[in-house]
Design a protein around this ligand. Sequence first.
Ligand SMILES: [Zn+2]
Length: 101
Amino acid sequence: MGLFDFFKGDNKSKKELTWEEKNTYKGDTPDCPNCGNPLTKRYVFSGMYCEDCQYGLEDDGDYESNESLSVYDAALIWQSNGKDEDYTFGYSEEELEDALN
Ligand SMILES: [Zn+2]
């Protein structure tokens, strides 16, 4: 974690990881079957996709929509944070509960 401590600065507690830090995927990814570039996996629960040829993003064809969480992903994060209301990502608790069931 030394490298991350370096970038965090002094204004944050060392123990309190942000959501971003806890969930950012840091492992390796396989190469894209289309163009051979390494695939991108943004978060530990995210699917992999290729930034060059959009492999893995075909389902909606809209790169921007990758920024928004599905209710299912949001529910998993919400649950892993003790169902904290700060992690509802705009969904209602009923929607999140339904996605977990
Ligand atoms: Zn590709």
